[in-house]
Design a protein around this ligand. Structure first.
Ligand SMILES: CC(C)(COP(=O)(O)OP(=O)(O)OC[C@H]1O[C@@H](n2cnc3c(N)ncnc32)[C@H](O)[C@@H]1OP(=O)(O)O)[C@@H](O)C(=O)NCCC(=O)NCCS
Length: 216
Protein backbone atom coordinates (compact mmCIF):
# COMPACT_ATOMS: atom_id res chain seq x y z
CA UNK A 1 0.00 0.00 0.00
CA UNK A 2 1.47 3.37 -0.87
CA UNK A 3 1.63 6.29 1.53
CA UNK A 4 -1.34 8.08 -0.04
CA UNK A 5 -3.69 5.07 0.25
CA UNK A 6 -2.49 4.45 3.78
CA UNK A 7 -3.23 8.05 4.81
CA UNK A 8 -6.58 8.10 3.02
CA UNK A 9 -7.74 4.98 4.89
CA UNK A 10 -6.91 6.52 8.24
CA UNK A 11 -8.94 9.69 7.61
CA UNK A 12 -12.09 10.04 9.69
CA UNK A 13 -15.07 8.42 7.98
CA UNK A 14 -17.18 11.55 8.01
CA UNK A 15 -14.55 13.73 6.31
CA UNK A 16 -14.74 13.74 2.51
CA UNK A 17 -11.65 12.14 1.01
CA UNK A 18 -10.76 14.76 -1.60
CA UNK A 19 -7.67 14.52 -3.74
CA UNK A 20 -4.34 14.20 -1.98
CA UNK A 21 -1.93 16.36 -3.90
CA UNK A 22 1.27 16.23 -1.86
CA UNK A 23 2.61 14.21 1.08
CA UNK A 24 5.13 16.02 3.28
CA UNK A 25 7.42 14.29 5.76
CA UNK A 26 8.99 16.79 8.15
CA UNK A 27 11.07 16.38 11.28
CA UNK A 28 7.99 17.49 13.24
CA UNK A 29 5.53 15.10 11.60
CA UNK A 30 3.82 14.08 8.40
CA UNK A 31 1.06 15.99 6.70
CA UNK A 32 -0.75 15.77 3.41
CA UNK A 33 -2.34 18.48 1.33
CA UNK A 34 -5.82 17.64 0.20
CA UNK A 35 -8.09 19.45 -2.24
CA UNK A 36 -11.45 19.31 -0.54
CA UNK A 37 -13.93 21.54 1.22
CA UNK A 38 -13.82 21.26 4.99
CA UNK A 39 -16.72 19.63 6.83
CA UNK A 40 -19.01 22.11 8.59
CA UNK A 41 -17.31 21.28 11.92
CA UNK A 42 -13.85 21.85 10.40
CA UNK A 43 -14.99 25.09 8.75
CA UNK A 44 -16.40 26.34 12.08
CA UNK A 45 -13.09 25.56 13.78
CA UNK A 46 -11.21 27.51 11.11
CA UNK A 47 -13.63 30.45 11.34
CA UNK A 48 -13.32 30.56 15.15
CA UNK A 49 -9.51 30.40 15.06
CA UNK A 50 -9.35 33.12 12.39
CA UNK A 51 -11.43 35.36 14.67
CA UNK A 52 -8.34 35.40 16.93
CA UNK A 53 -5.90 36.67 14.31
CA UNK A 54 -5.69 40.30 13.19
CA UNK A 55 -3.91 39.19 10.00
CA UNK A 56 -6.94 37.75 8.18
CA UNK A 57 -10.13 39.79 7.85
CA UNK A 58 -12.96 37.23 7.96
CA UNK A 59 -14.46 34.47 5.87
CA UNK A 60 -17.70 32.82 7.04
CA UNK A 61 -18.37 29.07 7.00
CA UNK A 62 -20.24 29.47 3.67
CA UNK A 63 -17.07 30.84 2.01
CA UNK A 64 -15.21 27.68 3.03
CA UNK A 65 -17.96 25.40 1.74
CA UNK A 66 -18.25 26.79 -1.76
CA UNK A 67 -15.02 25.22 -3.11
CA UNK A 68 -11.47 26.43 -3.56
CA UNK A 69 -10.14 25.04 -0.27
CA UNK A 70 -6.86 23.24 0.13
CA UNK A 71 -6.39 21.55 3.51
CA UNK A 72 -3.28 20.34 5.31
CA UNK A 73 -4.17 17.20 7.23
CA UNK A 74 -2.23 15.13 9.73
CA UNK A 75 -2.23 11.34 9.44
CA UNK A 76 -5.30 11.04 11.69
CA UNK A 77 -7.27 13.48 9.51
CA UNK A 78 -6.87 16.48 11.84
CA UNK A 79 -6.87 19.71 9.83
CA UNK A 80 -3.64 21.55 10.69
CA UNK A 81 -3.96 24.41 8.22
CA UNK A 82 -5.87 25.64 5.22
CA UNK A 83 -5.71 27.83 2.18
CA UNK A 84 -8.77 29.34 0.54
CA UNK A 85 -8.66 30.36 -3.11
CA UNK A 86 -11.34 32.72 -4.31
CA UNK A 87 -12.01 33.35 -8.02
CA UNK A 88 -13.10 36.95 -7.74
CA UNK A 89 -13.17 38.39 -11.26
CA UNK A 90 -12.34 37.27 -14.80
CA UNK A 91 -9.18 35.19 -14.60
CA UNK A 92 -8.17 36.57 -11.21
CA UNK A 93 -8.05 34.41 -8.09
CA UNK A 94 -7.17 35.64 -4.63
CA UNK A 95 -5.35 33.45 -2.16
CA UNK A 96 -7.80 34.76 0.40
CA UNK A 97 -6.76 32.73 3.43
CA UNK A 98 -3.49 31.13 4.39
CA UNK A 99 -3.83 29.83 7.91
CA UNK A 100 -2.07 27.28 10.12
CA UNK A 101 -3.32 26.40 13.61
CA UNK A 102 -0.91 27.70 16.20
CA UNK A 103 0.30 24.31 17.45
CA UNK A 104 1.44 23.32 13.94
CA UNK A 105 3.23 26.52 12.93
CA UNK A 106 6.85 26.23 11.88
CA UNK A 107 6.35 22.74 10.35
CA UNK A 108 6.48 24.13 6.81
CA UNK A 109 2.71 23.81 6.35
CA UNK A 110 2.12 27.46 5.39
CA UNK A 111 4.86 27.36 2.76
CA UNK A 112 3.59 24.00 1.43
CA UNK A 113 0.01 25.31 1.15
CA UNK A 114 1.18 28.43 -0.66
CA UNK A 115 3.38 26.45 -3.06
CA UNK A 116 0.59 24.01 -3.88
CA UNK A 117 -2.02 26.73 -4.32
CA UNK A 118 0.33 28.53 -6.71
CA UNK A 119 0.89 25.34 -8.72
CA UNK A 120 -2.84 24.50 -8.87
CA UNK A 121 -3.74 28.02 -9.96
CA UNK A 122 -0.97 28.09 -12.54
CA UNK A 123 -2.35 24.83 -13.96
CA UNK A 124 -5.74 26.57 -14.27
CA UNK A 125 -4.04 29.54 -15.99
CA UNK A 126 -5.30 31.90 -13.32
CA UNK A 127 -3.76 35.23 -12.39
CA UNK A 128 -3.07 35.18 -8.65
CA UNK A 129 -3.26 37.86 -6.00
CA UNK A 130 -2.43 37.70 -2.31
CA UNK A 131 -2.47 40.58 0.14
CA UNK A 132 -0.81 40.37 3.50
CA UNK A 133 0.62 42.41 6.34
CA UNK A 134 2.20 39.41 8.03
CA UNK A 135 6.00 39.66 7.58
CA UNK A 136 6.26 35.86 7.47
CA UNK A 137 4.02 35.85 4.40
CA UNK A 138 5.42 38.95 2.68
CA UNK A 139 8.87 37.43 3.20
CA UNK A 140 7.75 34.29 1.35
CA UNK A 141 6.29 36.07 -1.69
CA UNK A 142 9.41 36.54 -3.87
CA UNK A 143 10.37 32.89 -3.40
CA UNK A 144 6.90 31.92 -4.60
CA UNK A 145 7.37 34.16 -7.66
CA UNK A 146 4.95 36.92 -6.80
CA UNK A 147 5.56 40.38 -8.16
CA UNK A 148 5.43 42.75 -5.18
CA UNK A 149 3.21 45.82 -5.24
CA UNK A 150 3.94 47.78 -2.07
CA UNK A 151 0.78 49.84 -2.51
CA UNK A 152 -2.06 50.12 -4.99
CA UNK A 153 -1.22 53.76 -5.67
CA UNK A 154 1.12 52.90 -8.51
CA UNK A 155 0.83 49.99 -10.92
CA UNK A 156 3.84 48.91 -13.02
CA UNK A 157 3.27 48.71 -16.80
CA UNK A 158 2.53 44.98 -16.96
CA UNK A 159 -0.21 45.26 -14.34
CA UNK A 160 -1.82 48.49 -15.52
CA UNK A 161 -4.48 46.70 -17.66
CA UNK A 162 -5.57 44.89 -14.47
CA UNK A 163 -5.90 47.99 -12.33
CA UNK A 164 -9.73 48.03 -12.34
CA UNK A 165 -9.97 44.33 -11.43
CA UNK A 166 -7.49 44.73 -8.60
CA UNK A 167 -8.90 47.93 -7.15
CA UNK A 168 -12.53 48.90 -7.34
CA UNK A 169 -13.94 45.57 -8.63
CA UNK A 170 -12.04 43.68 -5.95
CA UNK A 171 -12.99 46.17 -3.25
CA UNK A 172 -16.66 46.20 -4.19
CA UNK A 173 -16.89 42.42 -3.88
CA UNK A 174 -14.83 42.42 -0.70
CA UNK A 175 -17.12 44.85 1.10
CA UNK A 176 -20.28 43.01 0.07
CA UNK A 177 -20.06 40.71 3.09
CA UNK A 178 -21.88 41.95 6.19
CA UNK A 179 -20.00 39.34 8.27
CA UNK A 180 -16.67 40.71 7.08
CA UNK A 181 -17.60 44.30 7.84
CA UNK A 182 -18.68 43.32 11.38
CA UNK A 183 -15.46 41.38 11.91
CA UNK A 184 -13.25 44.17 10.58
CA UNK A 185 -14.85 46.62 13.01
CA UNK A 186 -14.53 44.15 15.90
CA UNK A 187 -10.91 43.30 15.07
CA UNK A 188 -9.98 46.97 14.79
CA UNK A 189 -11.38 47.46 18.32
CA UNK A 190 -9.65 44.36 19.74
CA UNK A 191 -6.29 44.41 17.92
CA UNK A 192 -5.92 48.07 16.94
CA UNK A 193 -4.63 49.44 13.65
CA UNK A 194 -2.57 46.98 11.57
CA UNK A 195 0.36 47.68 9.21
CA UNK A 196 -0.56 48.35 5.58
CA UNK A 197 -0.92 45.46 3.17
CA UNK A 198 1.68 44.36 0.67
CA UNK A 199 0.25 42.92 -2.55
CA UNK A 200 1.73 39.89 -4.28
CA UNK A 201 0.62 39.43 -7.88
CA UNK A 202 1.37 36.75 -10.48
CA UNK A 203 0.14 36.94 -14.05
CA UNK A 204 -0.55 33.53 -15.62
CA UNK A 205 1.29 34.34 -18.87
CA UNK A 206 4.28 35.97 -17.24
CA UNK A 207 7.12 33.46 -17.58
CA UNK A 208 8.84 34.93 -14.55
CA UNK A 209 5.76 34.07 -12.47
CA UNK A 210 5.78 30.33 -13.20
CA UNK A 211 6.20 28.68 -9.81
CA UNK A 212 9.71 27.15 -9.70
CA UNK A 213 8.34 23.85 -8.35
CA UNK A 214 5.63 23.69 -11.02
CA UNK A 215 5.84 20.30 -12.72
CA UNK A 216 2.37 19.43 -14.02
C1 LIG B 1 1.62 32.82 8.29
C2 LIG B 1 1.41 31.35 8.56
C3 LIG B 1 0.37 30.80 7.59
C4 LIG B 1 2.75 30.61 8.33
O1 LIG B 1 2.52 29.22 8.47
P1 LIG B 1 3.64 28.22 9.03
O2 LIG B 1 3.22 26.85 8.71
O3 LIG B 1 3.95 28.53 10.44
O4 LIG B 1 4.88 28.66 8.13
P2 LIG B 1 6.07 27.74 7.63
O5 LIG B 1 6.53 26.83 8.72
O6 LIG B 1 5.69 27.12 6.34
O7 LIG B 1 7.19 28.84 7.38
C5 LIG B 1 7.05 29.78 6.34
C6 LIG B 1 8.30 30.61 6.23
O8 LIG B 1 8.42 31.43 7.39
C7 LIG B 1 9.61 31.11 8.09
N1 LIG B 1 9.27 31.07 9.51
C8 LIG B 1 8.34 30.30 10.09
N2 LIG B 1 8.26 30.57 11.40
C9 LIG B 1 9.16 31.56 11.63
C10 LIG B 1 9.54 32.27 12.79
N3 LIG B 1 8.98 32.03 13.97
N4 LIG B 1 10.48 33.24 12.65
C11 LIG B 1 11.03 33.51 11.46
N5 LIG B 1 10.71 32.85 10.33
C12 LIG B 1 9.80 31.89 10.42
C13 LIG B 1 10.04 29.74 7.60
O9 LIG B 1 11.43 29.58 7.65
C14 LIG B 1 9.53 29.76 6.18
O10 LIG B 1 10.42 30.46 5.32
P3 LIG B 1 11.09 29.67 4.09
O11 LIG B 1 9.95 29.16 3.24
O12 LIG B 1 11.90 30.73 3.41
O13 LIG B 1 11.88 28.57 4.70
C15 LIG B 1 0.98 31.10 10.03
O14 LIG B 1 1.91 31.70 10.88
C16 LIG B 1 -0.41 31.67 10.34
O15 LIG B 1 -1.42 31.02 10.13
N6 LIG B 1 -0.43 32.90 10.90
C17 LIG B 1 -1.70 33.55 11.28
C18 LIG B 1 -2.56 33.92 10.11
C19 LIG B 1 -1.84 34.72 9.07
O16 LIG B 1 -1.15 35.68 9.37
N7 LIG B 1 -2.02 34.32 7.81
C20 LIG B 1 -1.48 35.00 6.68
C21 LIG B 1 -2.47 35.93 6.11
S1 LIG B 1 -2.02 36.39 4.46
Amino acid sequence: MNVIDDLALRSPVRAPRGKVTVVHDTSKGRFVLRRRSPTVAEAKKLVMAIRDTPKISAYPVSAWMKGGALLAELEDGTVAGACLQDDFFGRWTEIAVLFVFEEFRGWGIGAALLAEARALLHARRRHVMIMSNNPLVTGMLPKHRFQILPSRAEFPDNLRPHRAALTWIYDLRWWMSAYRIREIIRKRRVFGRQPPYTYGLALAEDSWSVPPYYNR
